[in-house]
Design a protein around this ligand. Structure first.
Ligand code: FAD
Length: 343
């Protein structure tokens, strides 16, 4: 493999029902930063059916170029045709870096594509940067500059591993949704659009979609919420979450929770914040009766303002909190909600 042939930062622009997933724009934003460090461009790869209309949004969020693979076979995500399409794009354009969101779709697609093109993949990254890789065992290539350094939690979040892929290309990673920042939208920004035909899109012999049943929820996705009122084991019971519901309602916020709450069956998994839940970045995050375990912090410490309420003044959540109230949540929450309603 001649590594010098591989140029540019590529990101998979995931869409479902002709709507871009938030991760697509987050990857364009991060890809742009990495491309700047490498003196190259960021290219979005858009795969689907009748998706040309999405190129405007990708361009306005910073894509320099968009490669569109448009085929009726690609209307709904299925592993085989999508993996074929993305692998063919990589074989033709030879990117130096290929990023995919660590969504349900991306976790399926990324490893299959990396196996097909014989490169490595670092899964579920929370940080990406360009840097030097000093310990390459290959003689003559011991010192490698401008490598993609891919960082992810390992061993249940007890350690943070930084991984590089110095001898294969592209350097591939899946990236946690909600961790990277979108770039500022620039109305009217243009990108180079290229249509690509991956040869043939094979009929998927193994999977036929008979019906799609959408989850129905009247609760806002916690990843989109501007104010999160998050409860932990200290709330005490499912019923006592009423105190958090009331505060959330007074603030126009959404309730979320720690894993202990999900494990206890008080709340559903889609409300869980943290390493094995969702990564959130609201303007305000209330951590109520949450101790601040490292796996919880991994999902919320990038929030703009963190307000912790805990009866234990030594709880680690206070180390990351901007404001802290030490006391019993059963007394503090009703009083706080009342004051907010009066204001
Ligand atoms: P606790 O640690 O039990 O804390 C309860 C807090 O409530 C205490 O600080 C206590 O002082 C306070 N409290 C009690 N009563 C009151 C009261 N009346 N008023 C005020 N304060 C009170 N956790 C996550 O949250 N998200 C994850 O995604 C996640 N992933 C994990 C992945 C792995 C591989 C592992 C090993 C663990 C993971 N965990 C995760 C679990 C994590 O380690 C903690 O166990 C969990 O976050 C603890 O939840 P908690 O803070 O609600 O409960």
């Amino acid at each position: 493999m001649n590594l010098e042939e591989y140029k540019g930062v590529f990101v998979f622009a995931q869409q479902v029902d002709n709507k871009l997933n938030g991760i697509a724009l987050e990857l364009v934003g991060k890809g742009k930063d990495l491309a700047k460090d490498l003196g190259t461009e960021v290219t979005a790869v858009l795969i689907g059916s009748d998706v040309m209309g999405l190129t405007k949004e990708l361009a306005e969020y910073g894509a320099d170029r968009i490669i569109v693979v448009d085929d009726p076979e690609l209307k709904e995500y299925r592993t085989e045709p999508y993996a074929h399409a993305l692998a063919e794009v990589i074989k033709k354009y030879k990117p130096e870096i290929m990023l995919v969101g660590a969504t349900a779709i991306g976790r399926d697609l990324g490893p299959r594509v990396s196996a097909r093109i014989h490169t490595g993949l670092t899964a579920d990254c929370t940080q990406l940067e360009i840097g030097d890789f000093p310990i390459n065992p290959i003689p003559g290539r011991e010192q490698l500059h401008n490598q993609l350094l891919m960082t992810r939690p390992a061993f249940g979040g007890n350690t943070i591993a930084t991984i590089a892929c110095p001898n294969f290309r592209p350097q591939m990673a899946t990236v946690r949704p909600g961790v990277m920042q979108k770039a500022e939208r620039v109305e009217g920004a243009q990108a180079v659009i290229e249509e690509f035909n991956p040869g043939f899109v094979p009929n998927n012999k193994y999977v036929e979609i008979l019906d799609i049943v959408k989850a129905v929820s009247d609760v806002e996705d916690i990843m989109d919420a501007k104010i999160l009122v998050s409860g932990g084991r200290g709330v005490g019971s499912a019923e006592n979450f009423k105190l958090l519901d009331d505060l959330a309602e007074a603030l126009g916020g959404t309730v979320s929770c720690s894993r202990a709450v999900v494990d206890a069956g008080w709340k559903s998994k889609d409300l869980q914040v943290g390493q094995t839940g969702k990564t959130v970045r609201p303007h305000v995050y209330f951590a109520i009766g949450i101790s601040g375990a490292i796996q919880h912090l991994a999902g919320m410490e990038e929030s703009d303002i963190i307000i912790a309420i805990n009866k234990d003044e030594t709880a680690p959540i206070f180390d990351v909190a901007d404001y802290g109230i030490v006391g019993d949540l059963n007394k503090i929450l009703p009083a706080l909600t009342e004051k907010i309603k009066e204001a």
